[in-house]
Design a protein around this ligand. Structure first.
Ligand code: ADP
Ligand code: ASP
Ligand code: MG
Length: 405
């Protein structure tokens, strides 16, 4: 049995016309003789009736008083409405189908409500339905604890449901259908001439996703990479092949690997830069700062430790508590809110001289100030003001020739 997993995102399911496109992709694979498992997200985006953000808005005015268990029960409804709607369309077209919730599909998670991890998948039920000739529609983004409690996997988690099912079922491929034509060199909402990438390695897209490229969830890539299941990211609204995500090694051996220094750009906004610098401060200043952040569950990023103090970033949401904790330690942090972190990503930049020079030159020529930077062997990060984000992305995209094929 050749199994294919097809995951459809919210915008692909939001109206009748979009669902017709979804139907077309399912029909094509079904006619090709493949057993089809469909994973769906909740329909549409904030403001549309059953979108995840709309469901959250229903209870937000009550000041976050809904317990996390009940919050997950609420959130799981979006995907269920989507799945049942698609099932009715499939059945009306003469395609027998069945809806399974995450739990019914055998997805077992831990009990971290809102950020649950999949611990195992029992595929018996899905396989049984596929064997009996049904298309199986699974609600994405959710699972069930061994005690039978419904959990959700964190925002964007339907991608992870799809790759985890693909891995457990030994699928030939997991297709992630969305509203863009695959993975591009940058977010097309920010860079007008972002270019389509026909093929990328798991490592490259994992790096882009971890650095804010929303096109696929980083955990979904991690799961597929571990199992060696190929992913294709493609558009619901066209027949183009999209982007194939596979092993870097197999790309090189197959001769299709393009030796690119920089593959793409990603970014995160809503970042705050904190600096605690005091020439006459205590000898253990650095340790005190990071120990307090860690103890209070505040995630820190872009860390620069110097003899006189530290620079680091936190998310917008964590900013008030980070400032409060630092003042309780008697430190007077300098706070710069409204920053964005831009990542220049490429497996080929390792040992390649001149990449930082291109970045600094491009941003300087565009009149953009770099507030902080850091690097690894595959990524260079620069912190800039959020107001400079669009021109910075355009300038870097052009400077690295990412618009050229
Ligand atoms: P879905 O609802 O289908 O899961 P998402 O909004 O989660 O869709 O992801 C698709 C969006 O990801 C695109 O509309 C695009 O704006 C954004 N995106 C960010 N970075 C990239 C990138 N490098 N390539 C393609 N799309 C990207
Ligand atoms: N509906 C969920 C969300 O909006 C899961 C997903 O779309 O992947 O986060
Ligand atoms: Mg998504």
């Amino acid at each position: 049995m050749d199994i294919i997993v097809q995951k459809f995102g919210g915008t692909s399911l939001s109206d009748e016309q979009s669902r017709r496109h979804v139907l077309r992709h399912i029909l094509r694979e079904n006619r090709a003789g493949r057993s089809v498992v469909v994973v769906v997200s909740a329909m549409g985006r904030r403001g549309e009736p059953y979108a995840t953000d709309t469901l959250l808005d229903l209870v937000s005015q009550n000041g976050g008083t809904l317990p996390t268990r009940e919050r997950d029960l609420l959130l799981s409804c979006g995907e269920l409405i989507s799945a049942a709607t698609l099932c009715s369309l499939l059945n009306s077209e003469g395609l027998p189908s069945v809806v399974l919730t995450g739990g019914q599909a055998g997805i077992v998670t831990d009990d971290r409500y809102g950020a649950a991890r999949i611990v195992k998948i029992n595929t018996d039920s899905i396989v049984q339905h596929l064997t009996e000739g049904r298309i199986v529609v699974v609600t994405g983004f959710q699972g069930m604890t061994p005690e039978g409690e419904i959990t959700t996997l964190g925002r964007g988690g339907s991608d992870t449901s799809a790759t985890a099912l693909g891995a457990a079922l030994g699928a030939v491929v997991v297709d992630i259908y969305t509203d863009v034509d695959g993975i591009l060199t940058a977010d097309p909402r920010w860079v007008s001439n972002a270019r389509h990438l026909p093929v990328v390695s798991y490592e490259e897209i994992s790096n882009m996703a971890q650095n804010g490229a929303k096109v696929i969830h980083p955990r979904a890539v991690e799961v597929a990479m571990k199992a060696g299941v190929p992913i294709r990211v493609r558009s619901t609204f066209s027949d183009s092949e999209g982007t194939l995500v596979t092993r870097g090694e197999s790309l090189r051996n197959g001769g299709v690997w393009t030796d690119r220094t920089v593959t793409g750009l990603a970014h995160v906004s809503g970042v705050t830069q904190l600096s605690v610098v005091d020439e006459n401060g205590p000898a253990d200043l650095q340790m005190r700062v990071f120990r307090t952040m860690a103890k209070n569950g505040i995630s820190v990023d872009l860390i620069n430790v110097m003899p006189t103090g530290v620079y680091y970033t936190v998310s917008k949401n964590d900013t008030p508590s980070a400032i409060q904790l630092l003042s309780e330690l008697d430190f007077k942090p300098q706070v710069r809110e409204g920053c964005a972190k831009v990542s220049v990503i490429g497996g080929g930049m390792n040992g390649e001289p001149g990449v930082m020079a291109v970045i600094v030159e491009a941003l300087t020529n565009a009149g953009i100030r770099i507030l902080q930077s850091a690097d690894s062997n595959t990524t260079i990060w620069v912190l800039i003001s959020e107001a400079d984000l669009a021109p910075a992305l355009e300038a870097l995209h052009t400077a690295f020739g990412l618009h050229l094929s």
